[in-house]
Design a protein around this ligand. Structure first.
Ligand code: CFM
Length: 538
């Protein structure tokens, strides 16, 4: 059904007037006749509303830092913060030959009441000593949780002192959960720390091979980056670092040597992409390796950037071979999926990326949104200068990055850069809204109430979301696809990932489970009998 602006009012009927006014700014019905459609994003969730968002600590320690495998990531705080950020994101990592991998450890100061009262600095210092002695990591990160900021532990001073004691980098991150309105604040804090203390911290001036690239915003969930790496390495790219899936402190130090930065997840890492361009002159290219068509497009955009006939030829060879292999397999799943509809609501970039893969399968995304992305992820980067700073944004320290006079080098001439910008998303991201069709809905920070209401009205065939909202929806009889950690499946990226995704989605539609969704007693009574008048004995 076509959804109209006035349907929104009906949907919000139960909201108090103030809540309604607020939420209306976060929802829009796509109307391509309008030049520009604005949406409010990255502002506080109204207290009392059940949001799907996480916290700044989750964005810093969990998302950006956590996947770096040769580091030990210390959670300074109560044990719950450590426990619930322990391997729940499925960012996979393999141990390199002779390398270090601490991904499976959960290391926390386990603050108790007495530490909250008397301070936790000593405990933190002692834990760092223990970690160095027993695990010998290449570097350590210390992430602060809410109580740490409230009681005022100086994690920076403790980390600096430990660095001098042990002669290994100990990076501290003031990413207390309340630092921002969502995990997005934590991404920014982690980006700043990595840029200031890790990236470019090696003596290398040259990349270790031809067509050197970094892949930013790829976290190897369910093995995604292994599939992307398979393709890129076969074409002949040298992957200097991945930020940060299956990657390491040591690899990140070399990142300044790349000729191009790919940006998969714009939301979580665009700060580093921008800072690398400013400091070293390395442009970034927005890619999307989710979906066959998007993967092909991204590979061709990369070839265009490097503009080398041999690379272009190899790119086309790999594309042709992969398509011949995967397209026939996709066909069988397309038959099951065609004409279906989806909701696609994920944290940041995936709310956009997966729409293309759904489309390839014949599934139309009729509602999409992000938990915590910013206006530029919806409307495109040109709105960045218009975005107002508020008290929450000011909470995140801005770091000043300047041109590195010794290492700055324009990777391609400015005229060519301008020419390319017309053809490929070079140092640009146009956002989700331009890809959505008339009548489709964009919702920022979708909440529990609205989820149920939109489902009741639009009746999607599949709901793609996160762990917090999926079970309620599944109990409504709608197949769900968890797009954060993939419901124990994946990889979903690249060519092989698209097949896996198609299979999982098709399985969701065809599973016999749905026949059991109504308990048998609802259809046929298990007991039957009659009550006759006049036969009571008591
Ligand atoms: Fe980027 Fe991500 Fe996402 Fe994200 Fe996340 Fe994630 Fe996500 Mo969950 S970095 S914004 S903070 S693509 S953990 S791997 S799935 S909400 S849409």
């Amino acid at each position: 059904m076509a959804f109209r602006e006035q349907d929104l009012d009906a949907l919000m009927y139960d909201y108090p007037a103030k809540v309604k006014r607020n939420r209306k700014k976060h929802i829009l019905v796509r109307d391509t006749s309008q030049q520009k459609q604005e949406i409010e994003a990255n502002t506080r969730t109204i207290p009392g509303i059940i949001t799907n968002r996480g916290c700044a600590f989750a964005g810093c320690k969990g998302v950006v830092l956590g996947p770096l495998k040769d580091m030990v990531h210390i959670v300074h705080g109560p044990v719950g913060c450590g426990y619930y950020s322990w391997l729940t994101r499925r960012n996979k990592a393999r141990t390199d030959e002779g390398g270090k991998n601490f991904i499976e450890y959960c290391v926390t100061t386990d603050m108790q009441e007495s530490d909250i009262v008397f301070g936790g600095e000593k405990k933190l210092a002692q834990l760092i000593d223990e970690v160095v002695e027993t695990l010998k990591p290449n570097a350590i990160s210390v992430s602060a949780t809410c109580p740490v900021g409230l009681i005022g532990d100086d994690i920076n001073a403790v980390s600096k002192a430990a660095e001098q004691r042990h002669h290994i980098p100990v990076l501290s991150f003031s990413c207390e959960g309340y630092r921002g309105v969502s995990q997005s604040a934590g991404h920014h804090i982690a980006n700043n720390g990595l840029m200031e203390h890790v990236i470019g911290d090696s003596d290398s001036e040259e990349a270790p091979g031809k067509y050197a690239i970094n892949m930013l915003g790829e976290y190897n969930i369910g093995g995604d980056s292994w599939e992307i790496e398979r393709i890129l390495e076969e074409i002949g790219y040298t992957l200097v670092s991945v930020m940060t899936g299956n990657s390491s402190y040591e690899e990140l130090r070399e990142a300044h040597t790349a000729e191009l930065n790919l940006v998969q997840c714009h939301r979580s890492i665009n700060y580093i992409a921008e800072m690398l361009e400013k400091k070293y002159g390395t442009p970034w290219l927005k890619v999307n390796f989710i979906g066959i068509e998007s993967t092909v497009e991204s590979l061709r955009d990369m070839a265009l950037y490097f503009d080398d006939p041999a690379l272009t030829q190899k790119t086309e060879e790999v594309i042709a071979r992969e398509l011949a292999r995967v397209e026939p397999v996709m066909e069988q799943y397309k038959k099951i999926c065609k004409h279906k509809t989806a909701f696609c609501f994920v944290g940041g970039s995936r709310g956009h990326h997966y729409q293309k893969l759904f489309k390839e399968l014949g599934i139309e995304t009729i509602l999409a949104g992000y938990e915590f992305a910013h206006r530029d992820d919806y409307e495109g980067r040109e709105v960045i200068p218009e975005i107002k700073m508020d008290a929450d944004n000011r909470n995140i320290p801005e770091i000043k990055v300047e041109k590195d006079e010794r290492r700055f080098r324009l990777k391609i001439p400015p005229e060519r850069m301008e020419e390319l910008k017309d053809k490929i998303p070079l140092s640009n991201y146009p956002g989700m809204i331009p890809d959505m069709k008339d009548g489709h809905i964009v919702v920022d920070d979708l909440n529990h109430f609205e989820t149920e209401e939109f489902i009741r009205i639009l009746k999607p065939d599949i709901f793609a979301s996160g762990i917090k909202d999926k079970y309620v929806v599944q109990k409504m009889g709608i197949p769900s696809k968890q797009l954060h950690s993939y419901d124990y499946s994946g990889p979903y990226a690249g060519f092989n990932g698209a097949i896996r995704f198609a299979k999982d989605v098709a399985d969701g539609f065809t599973t016999p489970t749905w026949n059991f969704i109504n308990p048998p007693w609802q259809n046929e009574p298990l007991l039957s009998g009659t009550v006759e008048e006049g036969e009571h004995t008591c």
